[in-house]
Design a protein around this ligand. Structure first.
Ligand code: SF4
Length: 271
């Protein structure tokens, strides 16, 4: 059998509703101002005895928007009444960007004091740890707690390989990596610096923490091939004990003007 649903015919335009332009205009003026209600646009027949009238909005704060006023006439009634009056965006209207869930909007640095950022249960940066280690085993004085804690013993979740890779990529390509201007100008690398404290776990092969209070990266993770001028092996230049000999000025110059009638004239760049 074919589709038995009744087909919906186009509604018949209601003359009284179509002609209720001034009623619709006065209603639009009520939600804005009379001088903001502009040209009347083509009405739209919504249903039987239900028509929406559109007017361009002249409010300078809403370029491209239109007032939309829906009027209705009850069956066998003569009077047309206003059903709804709203402001709607038209073509080219300035509208707010599409709504995004908060987790897609969040950017690094957005978290403020006292804010809470719940972690998703399926966060790919985390994997289950070994939380089932008995608590008293961790409390036990004879247990090397650091040795248990590093691989994730006693923690419900630990950093996954994805989490590690993402962090390493971010840190390495950031200001504390080898490509920053300060690293390019450094006399030596963090790998040989006494102020560099290696990280624990797999990340220790590439990163450490700078513990030099005079370095710009003090307290931050630095890559082993990062560096700065506060490297622990930098030494004060030796004071010269011998008198300095004649020095040739390679920056200044003398401008010599010469012609047949005048005498040789010497103009120094310092004059
Ligand atoms: S002082 Fe400079 S070279 Fe040393 S660890 Fe810190 S950033 Fe690296």
């Amino acid at each position: 059998m074919g589709d038995v649903r009744p087909s919906r015919r186009s509604p018949v335009p209601d003359k009284a509703c179509i002609e209720a332009v001034e009623l619709a205009r006065s209603s639009a003026a009520e939600i804005g101002r009379p001088e903001w209600v502009g040209e009347h646009l083509t009405p739209h027949v919504e249903d039987t005895r239900l028509v929406t009238h559109y007017f361009t909005c002249l409010d300078p704060s809403y370029p491209g928007w239109n007032y939309a006023v829906t009027v209705v006439r009850a069956a066998r009634a003569k009077r047309v009444t206003v059903n709804e009056a709203v402001l709607l965006p038209g073509e080219g209207a300035l509208v707010a960007p599409e709504w995004l869930p908060w987790k897609d909007r969040l950017r690094p640095g957005d978290l403020g004091v006292g804010d809470l950022l719940p972690t998703e249960e399926d966060d790919e940066r985390l994997v289950p740890g070994h939380a089932q280690v008995p608590g008293n085993e961790l409390e036990d004085e004879g247990t090397d707690r650091q040795m248990l804690w590093e691989p994730g013993l006693g923690r419900r979740q630990v950093l996954s390989e994805t989490g590690r890779e993402r962090a390493a990529e971010r840190w390495y390509n950031g200001d504390a990596g080898p490509y920053s201007p300060i690293a390019a100008a450094a006399p030596a690398r963090c790998a040989t610096c006494g102020f560099m404290t290696p990280l624990a776990g797999g990340l220790r092969q590439m990163f450490g923490v700078c513990a030099n209070e005079y370095a710009p990266d003090d307290g931050k993770v630095v890559s082993l091939d990062h560096g700065c001028g506060a490297h622990s092996e930098v030494r004060r230049p030796e004071a010269r004990s011998e008198p300095v000999g004649p020095v040739i000025d390679e920056m200044g110059y003398d401008h010599i003007v010469f012609d047949d009638t005048a005498e040789l004239e010497l103009i120094s760049s310092d004059s």
